[in-house]
Design a protein around this ligand. Structure first.
Ligand SMILES: [Zn+2]
Length: 332
């Protein structure tokens, strides 16, 4: 039996916003991460004036990106991107190690407004059909990795489950939540803030035999064919059942720490937490970067960009505008 004394302590009561908390439940061969976003998500979403359902969807994408990107072992970048035919055409979220996040959305305002008016602005309805791409970029000396999964009118959680099932064959559950917090704030009246959170759980037993999952739906099987089913491992059934009890409020409540949430879910089995990772909202754009991008255009292309005697470039991610006099960005 296991006779190594593992130090134990009570779960921390205070919530640490803008962190990813890795954890393990060894008794069930489960590993996972909890993400909690406060000021960082508020900064990312407040820089844009997106309609609330678009901001909420982008917030979910940021939480998912933090959960996945924080597993990068080497220095590098994790990019999550959707392209689809719904009112929200594209979402892009970058995670740069150790924990820098930025995000933007591209959407059709009239279609978003119509979806909101019809009370049909769920994540799945806003995205529609298309694909979700996840790219790991670890610099020019390493090959880029890209995973793709179809978006089929469901939200990002469903796409993440499908990705891990098809591409990695790892039983995985993800829960994501985003909310607006309204607070009375003295003279300023009601102060509005965004919060987001999420949890990722994966079943990683030592023997791959135990990771079996039911076969994928063959799609074109003749009618009446009995689908092939395999019993899932009891440990995974327990893990995913526990995750299904997590409520949105538990993922975003500033009064409930990640450790307390994990303790509530897994205390009967014993849960260990590892060093948390700090997250921040920080764009990688810079005046010198934009200037060298402008220098790469032809003189004629640059001339066409001049308006009122200046060239203005706005970063899609952070909405910052850089203004140049035309002679500042002539080829050196
Ligand atoms: Zn920027």
């Amino acid at each position: 039996m296991n006779d190594i004394a593992i130090p134990t302590r009570a779960p921390a009561a205070t919530s640490a916003d803008d962190t990813v908390q890795p954890f393990a439940v060894s008794a069930l061969d489960l590993r996972g991460r909890v993400v909690r976003l406060g000021p960082a998500i508020d900064e990312i979403l407040s820089r844009h004036d997106y309609p609330a359902p678009v901001a909420k969807l982008l917030g979910e994408a940021v939480a998912l990106t933090a959960l996945l990107g924080s597993s990068l072992k080497l220095d590098g970048k994790f990019i999550l991107q959707t392209r689809s035919d719904g009112p929200v055409r594209m979402l892009v979220v970058d995670y740069v190690k150790p924990g820098r996040l930025r995000a933007c959305a591209s959407f059709d305002l009239a279609r978003v407004a119509a979806a909101m008016a019809a009370d049909n602005a769920s994540a799945g309805a806003l995205l529609g059909n298309g694909h979700l791409a996840m790219t790991i970029d670890q610099g020019p000396t390493m090959s880029r990795y890209q995973g793709l999964v179809a978006l089929q009118g469901d939200g990002l959680e469903a796409a993440a489950h499908e990705y891990f099932r098809r591409s990695e064959q790892i039983p995985t559950r993800v829960r994501l939540a985003v909310a607006e917090e309204f607070r009375m704030d003295g003279s300023e009246g009601v102060r509005h803030r965004w919060r987001a959170g999420g949890i990722l759980l994966q079943f990683l037993p030592k023997s791959p035999e135990r990771m079996r999952q039911a076969d994928l739906d063959p799609g074109d099987a003749p009618e009446g064919t009995t689908p092939h089913t395999v019993p899932e491992d009891d440990a995974w059934v327990e893990g995913r059942s526990l995750i299904s009890t997590v409520e949105d409020i538990e993922l975003i409540d500033p009064g409930l720490s990640s450790e307390r949430l994990l303790y509530r879910l897994f205390h009967e089995r014993g849960v260990r937490v590892f060093k948390s990772i700090a997250l921040e909202a920080q764009c990688s754009c810079s005046r010198s970067g934009v200037a060298s991008m402008l220098r790469s255009f032809s003189a004629q292309e640059r001339d066409e960009m001049v308006e009122d005697g200046a060239i203005r470039v706005t970063c899609e991610f952070c909405n910052r505008t850089y203004v140049f006099a035309p002679d500042e960005v002539e080829e050196g």
